[in-house]
Write a protein that binds this ligand. Structure first.
Ligand code: C2E
Ligand code: CA
Ligand code: CA
Length: 312
């Protein structure tokens, strides 16, 4: 029997100013992890930038744990509208109000949250916040029709008790499940589709709806798409951005619209910034939008102001 062992090798060099052996081993270790990251079966030399990245990550992780305890996160809401500009609801998008760095974009901390598992408590908190908001809106005339879409990461969804968590959050908040949409991405679909369908079906039975986010950017098997109890496809902003100039992006957007139609799914376009993009999409049958054209994600007070100014 032959066994192949692809090595990942980290090397560090020193001359003259000899540091402690621990320090040298740590540097070689960092370089070794870099060669693993770079695809294994390779060799990397330590370079101080690697150390810098590791140190920054470690401090970001500490900051994120503190941020959760100290409630430094805040949910922003981006309007979702239909054709004439009428608000139907919002997508909940998390922000980090960092005491020194100001408002930090999720792109700068969600990936690390995913790696460290912090996405579980953070995602749960976003869901709670959104459901409490739904319960408040239900009491306010002119706002009781609004729904909220919450992003659910693959790690969150794959927790064994995910369904119970969502139902408990809805119950505790006193929110109407019919007003809650969970946004999933295609990355959820890589394994165990039966289990995914089972989880979605239970939640759907309680009224929760599902949207497939960033549609068209990942790997999606059309046969899965048919079997999943979805309600909506979300056309990714990368297609919307160039819809007027790139025939391929326009063709993909049109295909997603007609696909939604044939599968009896609703469709919403994300990232529209100008009227012409919206008009193009509307011409092909997409009448729901979420983009800077209507509003960027904003704090809740601002969202409610915008809503009132549109509807009065
Ligand atoms: P996403 O779920 O695809 O959310 C849409 C992103 O597109 C938001 O970025 C939104 O601000 C941006 N966007 C919407 N319309 C436009 C437009 O017209 N032009 C441009 N340039 N951008 C537009 P944001 O808020 O920075 O969020 C980035 C990503 O972070 C989200 O992408 C989502 O993947 C992740 N994220 C945010 N909040 C959460 C959360 O609570 N849980 C999880 N798991 N992920 C989240
Ligand atoms: Ca989303
Ligand atoms: Ca998206």
């Amino acid at each position: 029997m032959s066994i192949t062992v692809p090595p990942s090798i980290g090397v560090t060099m020193f001359s003259g100013n000899l540091r402690s052996s621990e320090e040298l081993l740590k540097q070689a270790d960092i370089a070794m992890y870099q060669s693993k990251t770079d695809g294994r079966n390779t060799l990397r030399f330590f370079d101080p930038e690697m150390q810098e990245i590791v140190t920054q990550r470690a401090s970001l992780e500490t900051d994120l744990r503190e941020a959760l305890e100290q409630r430094q996160f805040v949910v922003y809401y981006q309007p979702q509208v239909v054709g004439d500009g009428r608000y139907t609801g919002a997508e909940a998008l998390v922000r980090w109000r960092h005491p020194q760095r100001g408002l930090v974009s999720p792109q700068d901390f969600i990936p690390l949250c995913e790696e460290t598992g912090l996405i579980l408590p953070l995602g749960h908190w976003v869901l709670e916040t959104a459901c409490m908001q739904l319960a408040k809106w239900a009491e306010k005339p002119g706002m009781d029709h609004l729904s909220i879409a919450v992003n659910v990461s693959a790690n969150q969804f794959h927790q064994a008790n995910f369904v119970d968590q969502v139902l408990a959050v809805l119950r505790n908040a006193g929110a109407n499940p019919h007003k809650l949409t969970l946004e999933l991405t295609e990355s959820i679909l890589v394994s165990d589709v039966e289990n995914i369908i089972a989880k979605m079906s239970i939640l759907k039975g309680h009224g929760v709806t599902f949207s497939l986010d960033d549609f068209g950017t990942g790997y999606s098997s059309l046969s899965y798409l048919k079997r999943l109890p979805l309600d909506q496809l979300k056309i990714d902003q990368s297609f919307v951005r160039n819809i007027l100039t790139e025939p391929n992006d326009a063709a993909i957007a049109k295909t997603i619209i007609s696909l939604s139609d044939s599968l009896s799914l609703r469709v919403i376009a994300e990232g529209g910034e100008i009227d012409a993009q919206k008009d193009f999409l509307a011409r092909y049958g997409c009448h729901a939008f979420q983009g800077y054209l209507f509003s960027k994600p904003v704090p809740i007070e601002k969202f409610e102001q915008l809503l009132k100014s549109r509807h009065t």
